[in-house]
Design a protein around this ligand. Sequence first.
Ligand code: GLU
Length: 279
Amino acid sequence: MSGPPFVTRFAPSPTGLLHRGHAFSALTAFAAAQAVRGRLLLRIEDLDRTRCRPEFVTAIHEDLAWIGLAWERPVRQQSDHLETYAAALATLKAQGLLYRCFKTRSDLEGEIAGAPHEPMDAYRGAALAAAEEARRVAAGEPYAWRLSLAAAERVLGGFAGLTFVVEGEGLVQARPELGGDVVLARKDGAVAYHLACVTDDALQGITHVIRGADLIQAAHVQRLLQALLGLPTPVYRHHRLLAGPDGKRLAKRDRAETLRDLRARGMTAAELRGEIGFD
Ligand code: GLU
């Protein structure tokens, strides 16, 4: 007996050691796949060369094996596929969907301070006059490529047709404006998360994206990119985020206790699984 295909993934970024929150996310995806005899893939999202480190990639493999996760090989590591993401970027560029953004973080912070109701990540820019842009490019000023929501809206004839299924909620209308004109290639040339993510979800045949509720907004932006690139849309499932003893969500930057730490102080994988609800 076999049901419809079910392929999900766990896609950590190797910017630090994994903590309980990652274990919870990985085990949630694993359990969902196991329940329907589906497949779980691991994807290493290491495009941010300034923050990702090879030793954290090794640690991800070790820590996930320790908690009892099993995943298919080969593992896709994004830094091995830069030309694939460059091609996706070029496809969008050729449709006139991207514009250069020369602004620095402090320029943006200044603008946001002047418009406090616009969240920092919902930047909406205007293209520069051609002559000014050419001058800055010629002067070697670095720039990011942003997706123009206005251009995307024109190309698609509006966003009304953009819907996706969120488990537990049903059909949801995508609101890409929540994320604003997102950066798709950074000033240092690195392709940004959303573009690599939709490209890989499609290439890997992901049918179900299962990830934390911190990425709810990402689905709205990613649905738009799928439409612009002609890619299929998976089903989305968002799981709750584990909180630390202070009630705040666990995060690498707050130095949440790592799986390494737990193991070093003698916790067994079974104890950890039990503690976060996977017996
Ligand atoms: N690499 C992302 C992160 O570590 C996860 C992306 C995703 O699951 O779509 O937060």
